[in-house]
Design a protein around this ligand. Structure first.
Ligand code: DGY
Length: 321
């Protein structure tokens, strides 16, 4: 019997490809950049399964025009690039990769937080540019992390992992989420507050919400104006959770002290974006989950989801409601 045909929109770690090759016939997009939408649509039309990335737009049109398609497996936990309602209507299960990137993302959130608080990126540039003339009492002063207040917006797996790490810094930890988690408050020593209270009281604000119509531009001009003047914003969630223009003004006009973001809107950030000129902003290229271990596990999970879907079984990690 013929093996099912699968379109994979980028090379994933070998282990995932090896697992798949036993069960399916692979059509692999080998380029560094994602396939253009037309190519994606055309190749998906010939496929029984699709393994895609967050850079692929899997919209209603693509889903409705892919008559053979039986399963979509996303190589990421976030699925905001996929029209999940259209997939569900067509009874196409959508897999994703929760859990295996939680620690990597929480670690990276902390790398950004510490770097912004203690000006690590600026200090490195200062040193390389030959500006280190002597030890000085006021050179490159940053902000204490220990005993400060951390505000976590979105208290799912990653938000909670960020809180666990904050305990070691004796921080006051506030969280906001659309559902309160009393058992976590006890175990992690966190306080549930309103979004407004969190924004007003936190020294560090870290975003961990999925991108949905409700979280689009959750942080905008109004929110920046309520933040402390010394506040630092960290975003490892999705770029458009923050209004980029409002972010620019908040940093430029020093309404807040700084920000460190792993995600932008759009991605990649255009090379002429004014954000790139700001000294009080750290920007990394959406790499919070980029550890060898996480990306390998993501490949395994994405392959398992895809194989299960093609065999008509329940996906081990299914994102459909
Ligand atoms: C995700 O999984 O959603 C991250 O943004 C990339 O790993």
């Amino acid at each position: 019997m013929d093996k099912p045909h699968v379109f994979i929109t980028r090379r994933i770690p070998d282990i995932g490809l090896e697992m798949l090759s036993e069960h399916v016939e692979i059509d692999l997009w080998e380029e560094e950049l994602p396939p253009a939408y037309d190519v994606l649509r055309e190749r998906t039309q010939r496929a029984d399964g699709l393994l895609c990335l967050l850079t692929d737009r899997i919209d209603k049109e693509l889903i409705e025009n892919s008559a053979r398609l039986r399963v979509i497996s996303q190589y990421a936990v976030g699925i905001d690039n996929i029209d999940i309602d259209s997939a569900t209507k067509r009874k196409i299960p959508v897999g994703h990769t929760p859990g295996v990137l939680t620690d990597a993302t929480a670690d990276f959130t902390w790398a950004l937080l510490m770097s912004a608080a203690r000006r690590v990126v600026e200090a490195d540039a200062f040193t390389r540019e030959g500006k280190w003339k002597t030890w000085g009492p006021t050179i490159l002063l940053g902000m204490d992390v220990a005993r400060s207040t951390l505000g976590i917006i979105g208290f799912g797996r990653i938000g909670q992992a960020v809180a666990r790490r904050a305990k070691g810094f004796d921080m006051r930890i506030l969280y906001y989420d659309n559902k309160r988690l009393p058992e976590m408050e006890e175990t992690l020593g966190v306080e549930y507050v309103s979004l407004e209270t969190l924004i007003k009281e936190a020294d560090f604000i870290s975003l961990h919400v999925p991108l949905t119509p409700n979280t689009y531009h959750l942080i905008g001009e109004k929110e920046f104006s309520m933040m402390k003047k010394e506040a630092i914003l960290i975003n490892t969630a999705r770029g458009s959770v923050v209004d980029q223009e409002a972010l620019y003004h908040a940093l430029k006009e020093r309404k807040i002290r700084g920000a460190a973001i792993d995600v932008t809107d759009p991605e990649p950030i255009p090379s002429n974006s004014p954000l790139l000129q700001l000294p009080n902003l750290i920007i990394t290229p959406h790499i919070a989950s980029a550890s060898v271990q996480s990306r390998t596990q993501m490949a395994v999970m994405a392959a398992e989801n895809l194989i299960a879907g093609l065999q008509g079984k329940r996906l081990p990690f299914c994102a459909n409601p």
